[in-house]
Design a binder for this molecule. Structure first.
Ligand code: NG1
Ligand code: ZN
Length: 531
């Protein structure tokens, strides 16, 4: 077929280094940018086939999120804005690792297995982050799409969640919103402005927020978005990419893992600040207390704030909807205790990786999911959205129930339900703090985090560690879990687990305990048990 001739011709311009083997992991492909040209071309091919198969537009995002500037990566986005299925992740790995002369065979194999009609039209949306390698790598994706005759729309510099949003809007014929960056800002910002109308007499301090843009795409986009916010949110932007290096001593991952403020930001005592990661799909908040102590409000605190707000609105609206919070093993023990025992909401724990959380959240009327690192969003079932809309539009609804229903509607509109989104989460958090008239200190005081520590351990082969119970217990190698159990027993309120990372060649160790010293020592002891 002529199409395959073109693939063959074009692929020689994006050759695979012989012997290089890469895996499509939790976050797609991610490694040093120099190794990725052939991967990008091939993901352009795969996205085109996926588009033909699903008869819908597929997204391809070129980013390595919080990794260093030298790295890059690529993720495919399925028709409703979600991650691709495990079977297609497998195809991605097969296609990526086929040696140059075997590429067409690998491609034909996928087409046959999936019975793809190659005469079906295909559409692919492409986006990229601000890394210096992203332009040529996204061009390689576009070359791959063109080689198979697919139609490509290049969104250029966008955040990962913006690209997910575009794909979802396009495939739902605009029902979710308009598939443009302007459309995205309009929808989110209008909802935000409506929400803040429910907060009276906000002071300038309450409207002010300091943002660490991680020297990445989030910095560019928050500037663009601010113009739509009509002074209802005034942002001081730091790490905007003009001086510093992407993710270097800044950004959400740095702040969460190091438990300290990013460099390049001016932190006045008590002031509300937040950090995005390198592709703006994560956010964490923080402030320093008057005593100079650093206070982090991570994904768990965010999930608690959002679920409390939603639960109160549901009560006010008189709506009986099932709300749940989905976490991972990294969730601070205090947050789980607060949610289950004090707030009395359903809590689920899944394996690390957004697709697991997203899937679990879909099982409820309202599913709030957040990883402790600040990646998360809220999902509303179709039935829940309809009930809320019905209540808001019903002329017989009394005023207080109507107010709650309208607040819920605007909350739905400010949220990007396709994936965790730092910009959207920031607007939702700011709106909730305004409506509930909460300072960041009051939000922080909802519960006190158990001191915790995360470490990375380099081992010969991280795959020897196998886990169960949402990664909270190790089943292999033999004896490891017993060793962890006996170390944990030495400390009060302690918990610890290990798991192989899905994005780096390391084993991650997590420990929490009554004091920071105990958490640090326990993490260290457990990391020695891993060797
Ligand atoms: P791994 O490397 O599997 O721990 C990390 C994060 C995940 C998720 C992915 C994708 C932690 C402990 N892990 O996964 O939560 O965000 O990257 O980016 O933060
Ligand atoms: Zn990210």
């Amino acid at each position: 077929m002529a199409q395959f001739h073109e693939v063959s011709k074009q692929s020689s311009l994006h050759p695979k280094p012989a012997g290089l083997d890469l895996q499509y992991g939790t976050a797609g492909f991610r490694t040093n940018a120099k190794q990725l040209d052939h991967i990008m071309f091939r993901m352009g091919l795969l996205a085109t086939i996926r588009s033909k198969k699903t008869k819908a537009t597929i997204g391809v995002m070129v980013t390595a999120s919080h990794n260093p500037e030298e790295d890059n990566g690529v993720k495919l986005v399925d028709p409703m804005g979600e991650m691709v299925t495990p079977t297609w992740e497998g195809y991605a790995t097969q296609l990526a690792n086929a040696e140059q002369e075997g590429l067409l065979t690998a491609l034909r194999d996928i087409i046959e297995k999936e019975a793809v009609n190659m005469s079906q039209e295909a559409g692919v949306f492409v986006g990229k982050d601000t890394r210096s390698s992203s332009s040529s790598l996204s061009q390689a994706v576009i070359d791959g799409v063109s080689a198979l005759g697919g139609h490509c729309k290049d969104y250029g510099l966008v955040t990962t969640p913006q690209l997910h949003y575009m794909v979802c809007c396009h495939n739902t014929q605009g029902k979710y919103g308009e598939a443009t960056v302007e459309g995205y800002y309009n929808k989110l910002c209008q909802a935000f402005i409506q929400l803040t109308k429910n907060a009276s007499n906000r002071t300038d301090d309450q409207k002010h927020l300091s943002v660490d843009g991680a020297n990445g795409i989030g910095a560019l986009k928050v500037r663009e978005m601010e113009r739509h916010l009509k002074q209802e949110l005034k942002i001081s932007l730091f790490n905007d990419g003009s001086k510093g290096k992407l993710n270097h001593h800044c950004g959400a991952d740095f702040v969460k893992v190091q438990q300290k403020p990013p460099t390049g930001i001016k932190l006045n005592p008590g002031e509300r600040c937040c950090s995005f990661d390198g592709d703006a799909d994560r956010i964490v908040y923080y402030y320093t207390g008057s005593e100079g102590h650093f206070h982090l409000l991570d994904g768990d605190k965010i999930a608690t704030l959002i679920s409390t707000f939603l639960k109160e609105l549901l009560t006010q609206a008189g709506l009986h909807l099932k709300i749940a919070v989905v976490q991972t093993a990294y969730a601070n023990g205090s947050s789980t205790h607060y949610l289950e025992d004090i707030m009395k909401v359903i809590v689920r724990c899944t394996k690390t990786g957004v697709k697991h959380l997203h899937h679990a959240a879909q099982q409820f009327d309202i599913g709030v999911y957040f990883e402790a690192n600040g990646h998360g969003t809220v999902l509303f079932s179709k039935a829940a959205e309809e009930k809320i809309q019905h209540l808001a539009e019903d002329p017989n609804t009394d005023d207080s129930r109507k107010r709650a229903a309208l607040l819920l509607q605007n909350t739905i509109n400010v949220i990007n339900q396709t994936v965790g989104d730092a910009l959207s989460d920031m607007l939702l958090i700011e709106a909730i703090l305004a409506i509930k008239d909460l300072t960041i200190q009051q939000w922080d005081a909802i519960y006190t985090d158990l001191p915790n520590r995360q470490l990375k351990v380099k081992v010969a082969d991280r795959r020897v560690i196998d886990t169960t119970d949402a990664e909270r217990r190790a089943v292999s190698p033999a004896g490891l879990q017993e060793a962890i159990d006996s170390l944990v027993k030495k400390y009060r309120q302690a918990r610890s687990f290990v798991r192989p990372s899905g994005t780096e060649d390391v084993v991650r160790v997590y420990a929490e305990a009554e004091t920071q010293e105990s958490a640090d020592t326990l993490a260290h002891e457990v990391s020695l048990a891993v060797y």
